[in-house]
Design a binder for this molecule. Sequence first.
Ligand code: ZN
Length: 253
Amino acid sequence: MKIKLFSALAAALLLMLLTSITCKQAGSKNNNSQPSLPIDPCIESQSNSIKAKIFSKSNIYSKAIANIKNAFSNDSLEHAISFGKDVSGNNIISAMSTGSGHSTGLEIIDNMFADIHNHTKETPPSSGDLYGFINMATENRHYETRYIITANGIVYALVIIDLQTARNFVIKYPKVTNPGYQPGFPDSLVDEFNELKGIYAASDEMAMAFILGKYNVGVALLKQDDHGNFKRLNTKKITNSNGLKTYIANNCQ
Ligand SMILES: [Zn+2]
């Protein structure tokens, strides 16, 4: 069975895929979200970070990374590979799919637990990646990690912190599909996302981390450091006594 990863400009070209991941950035919104529980986000995601690192040391992950990097160096396109398990519990790897400069298809395999795709630029996981990720996790009970590698080799991972919370998020903020554009956050979230970037000079990864936290998405954004550890990205809003807001990275160490 085949699934697809989509991004904005390629959406119109991918008519036959069953699923898509959008690799383009979008924004966020400003509706009331559930009040955050007083849980330390770094403790909350600790087991996910450890699992992401352990798998990243496996032979099939290394093979997938090498194949994707090699393919990208040849064609400058996106590629994806998925990971699952056979009946004996051994890790298995899918064939590599080839997409466009903004999206790619994805092979679905047995007991799929993770996938990886590359971005052709230095962009972190997009809102399309996020919605596709939650959808995959909803439909595949072992699935919980989506790795993304940028053109220069930075690795991010989306991980499920709480699947029911993630499902609630996509019900409350369903993805929006604009013709000719990739599916992603609804307009209000896009506006908030863009405000963080445009007014407060936040990076894409900071804006995405902020949205994930503020709207209780049930998904964490991790970034691999130079030691191979996957650290959760968090963005904190600070309001000064004069009412001015600033946003700072408050990432797990
Ligand atoms: Zn993507």
